[in-house]
Design a protein. Structure first.
Lengths: 342, 62, 317
């Protein structure tokens, strides 16, 4: 698969080709914020940005999702029988997704599709029907540390196509067969284009100044990290809201409830957060993570120790920096992990 | 509470308060009728209503 | 003339060395632009990291609740009023808190600053008296401080602390310059339909992270109504009615207690202006009961006590 080149003036026709089979979504500017939205024209695309505030994980894991519905009537022959919701109708393409977000979905695939026989059908259905066209970061922001988390500003894992912005044109690198099929008709890239993209990659990787080491976290055993003195200090300023968990592209906890309204009932899944006291509250009244320290420790231990143990080394973080940027009390994940490692 | 809810756009006439003792049976009945009629006159409630029915069910019922 | 930072550090070190307190709660420099970090200094060495700036946008009274030790806390006007409120509500004892008061310069609103430079990344903001210098890649511009102050700070009526054990610096101008009655309850002049529209618009971006609730010093219930599951009062979905219920009820629970500190709006990661609700409630409290929260330790909050002449014009006769 050779690299292709696409001039920005020809993006319209490239989009038309994608639109034939996919509904296109991309980050667009809405007032002060960069949000994910469906797009139609090339003019709506933004090329200079760091990243969206909210990650695109809602495309695969919506904040509120009806899983099944039922007739809430025990007298009815069809009553109280769960019926599936319809699968996703039209496939989508997420254009200009950042490599860190795409890598995050790879990590979540390991969580949601761990077991062939019992995989999360809602997640899988949407994942299978979504094409990911990534835009490499030429200017990573100061809070990024993707290179420390098995990822990088030009990382390909999880993408179907990787675009690198070379100013007036894009280098188009196909990663999967799906991507290859879509880019077959584009002009081949010249060696200078490929070299320029390479230089962009090196520069971007070098500009990431936050280095977060995990070697000691990986080698120490769980109990040692569990009893580490860093937790006494980190939990104090944490206010146990759910901001970090909701903005994080790899956080995936949820709560399932049944709701009824007259004759109609549904089983709905909502995002939940381990920062909430209610999250681990047992019906007996006991709460194994009853204190703030327990919950704060849990979040970092889960992402940086338990997940790598259970998922063959995959870390529950891609270094996007959203949690640090959005935390109301400025808890910096880089500082916490570095302290865990010390 | 009434001020707050009307401030966010709940139609005036939907929320009513009254002090009534259980010993004032006649007054209770009169007030209840008054409130029910006032609220009914507002029509079906559309704001602050949670309707979890999917579109296909609402379309069938319409 | 020592700077505010130096004065804070000297005071904190002395308190810790003399063991007057076990801990000093203040701020240290944030690792991201436009936000400082609440910091707990337990030793004189740690006290050297304490700072004070226009981005100290949390409410430190929030961290007093549930503490068993004796602590010192840096408190400006609104924070000191919240401390009075917490003492009134018996969440902390007066003798447990050593209040290091100081005049508030008015906090800055990072949304307003970013709005001046849409699409540009801001890496640093330096405060220089009545100007702020905003820096980023390809960006270096001065902005008048008064243009980017937090909304509630513009209409503040109590910038000096109402209670303190020690005052740092000099008392300053008491008010923020704006008139709260002019801007509170912005939707009062609108029709019912317009109000609903504005309300929906204001709260549609909420993701139920509860940062507003958790940053608020008034929200300290062991079991918040949204966490109650027997029965579940408030739905957990993103349906409009569920999101709105949370905000309406939380605003109502703060009635007569809110000091308009603005920590909720500063904490919100998506920029929701929930003060549009609380400002209406606090205005009504001022009009109906003539009461302002946290000004007088001996006063009883109007919603926790019944007076025979309480206003009843909302009742059916």
């Amino acid at each position: 698969m050779s690299d292709k080149i696409l001039s920005k003036t020809e993006i319209g026709s490239f989009l038309d080709k994608i639109k034939a089979d996919y509904q296109i979504h991309a980050p667009v500017q809405k007032d002060l914020e960069l949000v994910w939205a469906p797009i139609d024209q090339a003019e709506e695309l933004v090329w200079e940005f760091s990243n969206t505030d909210l990650s695109p994980k809602s495309y695969f894991f919506p904040q509120t999702e009806s899983l099944m519905h039922f007739k809430n009537n025990s007298q009815d022959p069809e009553g109280l029988i769960m019926k599936e919701e319809s699968p996703l109708e039209k496939p989508r393409a997420l254009l200009n997704i950042r490599p860190c977000d795409a890598k995050a979905f790879q990590v979540l695939d390991k969580v949601f599709c761990r077991d062939e026989k019992s995989l999360d059908v809602y997640w899988k259905d949407k994942r299978d029907k979504t094409l990911l066209i990534g835009l490499a970061c030429n200017n990573p922001c100061p809070t990024c540390f993707c290179t420390s988390m098995n990822c990088g500003p030009h990382h390909e894992e999880g993408l179907d196509i990787l675009l690198t912005d070379l100013g007036d044109r894009l280098l188009v690198h196909s990663v999967t067969d799906k991507g290859q099929a879509l880019t077959a008709n584009l002009s081949k890239a010249g060696q200078e284009d490929i070299n320029e993209a390479s230089r962009n990659k090196e520069q971007a990787e070098a500009s990431i100044t936050s280095q977060v080491k995990m070697d000691n976290i990986n080698s120490r055993n769980v109990l040692e990290l569990y009893e580490h003195p860093v937790w006494d200090q980190v939990h104090e300023s944490c206010i146990n809201c759910g901001t970090c968990t909701y903005f994080c592209p790899t956080c995936h906890c949820f709560d399932i409830q049944d709701e009824t309204q007259g004759d109609f009932g549904r089983r709905v899944r909502n995002w939940d957060t381990c920062m909430s006291w209610l999250f681990t509250h047992h019906t007996s009244g006991h709460n194994p993570r009853g204190t703030k320290k327990d919950r704060v420790r849990q979040r970092f231990m889960h992402k940086f120790k338990y997940m790598p143990i259970k998922l063959e080394g995959a870390v529950g973080c891609v270094g996007c920096g959203r949690c640090t940027r959005k935390c109301p009390v400025n808890i910096d994940v880089r500082e916490v992990v570095s302290s865990m490692n010390s | 509470m009434k001020n707050l809810l009307e401030y966010i756009g709940l139609e005036p006439g939907r929320l009513h308060f009254s002090w009534i003792s259980s010993a004032e049976a006649g007054r209770f009945q009169a007030k209840a009728t008054e409130v029910v009629e006032a609220v009914r006159a507002q029509g079906p409630a559309k704001r602050l209503i949670k309707d979890i029915r999917p579109d296909w069910l609402k379309a069938d019922a319409a | 003339m020592p700077t505010t930072n130096e004065q804070i550090r000297t005071t904190a070190k002395k308190l810790l060395e003399e063991k007057t307190v076990d801990c000093v709660i203040g701020y240290k420099k944030g690792t991201v632009p436009m936000r400082e970090q609440p910091f707990f200094a337990y030793t004189p060495e740690q006290a050297d990291e304490l700072i004070w700036s226009g981005f100290c946008t949390n409410n430190l009274a929030n961290f007093l609740i549930g503490r068993k030790d004796k602590v010192a806390v840096i408190a400006q006007g609104c924070v000191s009023r919240n401390i009075v409120g917490l003492i009134q509500e018996k969440q902390i004892r007066r003798d447990q808190v050593y209040i290091i008061g100081l005049h508030s310069p008015g906090m800055l609103d990072h949304w307003k600053i970013q709005a001046r430079f849409p699409n540009k990344r801001i890496d640093q903001v330096v405060e220089e008296d009545d100007q702020i210098l905003v820096k980023g890649p390809g960006l270096e511009e001065q902005v008048p401080r008064k243009d980017v102050r937090r909304d509630n700070c513009l209409t503040c009526v109590q910038r000096n602390p109402v209670i303190y054990d020690q005052l740092i610096g000099e008392p300053g101008q008491e008010t923020g310059g704006g008139n709260i009655d002019k801007v509170a309850a912005p939707w009062e002049q609108l029709s019912s339909d317009e109000r609903w529209q504005k309300f929906e618009q204001s709260f549609k971006d909420c993701i139920r992270c509860y940062a507003c609730r958790d940053a608020c010093p008034l929200c300290y219930c062991n079991e918040c109504f949204v966490d109650e599951s027997h029965p579940q009062w408030c739905g957990k979905t993103q349906e409009e009615a569920d999101v709105f219920t949370f905000h309406i009820l939380r605003a109502f629970h703060c009635a007569g207690r809110c000091t308009d500190c603005g920590a909720c709006e500063s904490a919100c990661p998506v920029g929701i202006k929930m003060r549009r609700l609380t400002s209406k409630i606090e205005k009504d409290i001022r009009d109906m009961y003539g009461y302002q929260a946290g000004m007088d330790m001996e006063a009883t909050p109007p919603l926790s006590v019944y007076q025979p002449n309480d206003p009843e014009d909302f009742m059916l006769k």
